[in-house]
Design a protein around this ligand. Structure first.
Ligand code: SAH
Ligand code: TYD
Length: 405
């Protein structure tokens, strides 16, 4: 029986990806034959509307001193987090007497903006290597997992927060009740908890199935978040759509009754009900839609191979681990992946062992087709490579459907 991580009801899974490796565990020659895998299935709880992984690896396997995701590899995301920080400062009227806590602060991409503005802040980031980068930017970081006991510690060593922020982290954490208990105690009476994550509505509408991997234990909606907040005497007071990570939602939460609830919340919940996100039926065709993309992409890659075209990939994303492993994309079909992240380079992609090479070698490799694994950064990347790709080369994308530019 699958038991919901939020409300403990029994639920059914609606898609099964089979055995998957850790999405960010890039292999070396020594570890190639010793990869951890777990059965990756996703289910929907009709009682509290939470979409969740049936099983998730232990957190220490995913977040540690060799964590491979560095937030600041995208210039667009740097700007995005600057705007995010500025909007919070404005909303809460932050100044040198305020206090901001970020959960999952990674390399300091968001908090560096508060440091510049002299607004006291603290990062909580268990992955020591990325936390070290933030420290070098002058950000104070606790290298631990956020939960309720840590929130109590922060109150003892620092103070209560005017704003608790988090981006692309909440959806990683299975022990949500401890997180919300922590938020409840750490947040000042008029404080706000603002977080954003890939949005369930977009994943279903676009069939962006590659948002599903070991780290992403939840796919949130306004429906599930308002339910969860209510369980902790908190309230969802605003929602704002974001184009990042292929379509995300920013949720603002406050103590229940402390602030006015925006009509954005009621409107979004209405829309989600209209889309049927509160009923199992909405998820029933998801698996078939994923398999359609799989058939189309594999057919295309095999045709290109028969035509002796050179196909490489761009962006060794976590998402691509789901794509390559579920579709069975081996180095036979895609020669290599180019990526700017040093810790991923000269290693092999998890499971399918496609070589990951430094981005600097991309232009000299002279491919015919480039499979864009970092499709969520398409605007930024396609602009950067515009003149290079204009030379008779083609992009391949696959969300929401397989396309050649
Ligand atoms: N906020 C950044 C990083 C997202 S990656 C961005 O949007 O780009 C997810 C991060 O969450 C990782 O750096 C991981 O180490 C961290 N993380 C995972 N579980 C956590 C927890 N319980 N508390 C704090 N951070 C956590
Ligand atoms: P991203 O899509 O943000 O994340 P996820 O791991 O959550 O799926 O990952 C972007 C990856 O693409 C990262 O490994 C860095 C790489 N990248 C480039 O190589 N060049 C670029 O211009 C950008 C924006 C990213």
């Amino acid at each position: 029986m699958n038991q919901c991580l939020i409300c403990e009801s029994e639920y059914q899974s609606f898609v099964d990806f089979g055995d998957m490796p850790i999405a960010n565990a890039f292999a070396t020659k020594e570890t190639l034959n010793d990869e951890y895998t777990f059965p990756m299935k996703v289910g929907f709880c009709e009682n509290c509307n939470m979409v969740q992984l049936v099983e998730q690896p232990d957190r220490e396997r995913m977040f540690h001193e060799n964590y491979a995701f560095f937030s600041s590899t995208s210039n667009y995301m740097k700007d995005h987090f600057k705007r995010f920080a500025n909007s919070v400062s404005k909303l809460q009227g932050l100044d040198k007497n305020s206090f901001v806590v970020e959960v999952g602060s990674n390399d300091g991409i968001m908090l560096q903006n508060f440091v510049t503005d002299n607004i006291p802040c603290l990062g909580v980031e268990p992955s020591k290597n990325v936390a070290e980068v933030a420290r070098k930017k002058g950000v104070e970081v606790i290298t631990e997992f956020f939960d309720q006991p840590l929130a109590e510690n922060i109150i003892a060593t620092h103070k209560k927060a005017d704003a608790i922020l988090s981006a692309n982290v909440m959806c990683h954490i299975p022990y949500m009740h401890s997180i919300y208990d922590g938020v409840k105690v750490l947040l000042k009476n008029d404080g706000v908890f603002i977080f954003e994550d890939p949005y369930l509505g977009e994943v279903i509408e676009k069939t962006s199935f590659d948002q599903i991997y070991d780290e992403h234990v939840f796919l949130f909606s306004a429906l599930s978040i308002s339910h969860l907040a209510n369980m902790h005497d908190l309230e969802l007071i605003d929602v704002e759509y974001q184009i990042t990570h292929g379509g995300s939602m920013r949720y603002t939460i406050a103590h229940k009754g402390a602030k006015k609830v925006s009509e954005n919340v009621t409107n979004l919940i209405k829309r989600e009900k209209k889309l049927g996100l509160d009923r199992a039926k909405a998820y029933s065709s998801f698996s078939d839609n994923v398999d359609q993309i799989k058939d189309d992409l594999i057919k295309l890659l095999k045709t290109l191979k028969n035509e002796e075209k050179k196909v490489v990939a761009y962006g060794a994303t976590s998402k691509s681990t789901t794509v390559t492993n579920y579709f069975g994309i081996t180095p036979d079909l895609v020669e290599c992946i180019y990526d700017t992240t040093p810790i991923k380079q000269n290693k092999f992609s998890p499971g399918m062992h496609i070589p990951v090479l430094p981005y600097e070698q991309f232009h000299e490799s002279d491919p015919d087709y480039v499979l864009l694994f970092a499709w969520n950064h398409a605007v930024e990347i396609m602009k950067k490579e515009e003149s290079y790709m204009s030379n008779g080369k083609h992009w391949i994308t696959y969300i929401p459907k397989v396309e050649i530019d």
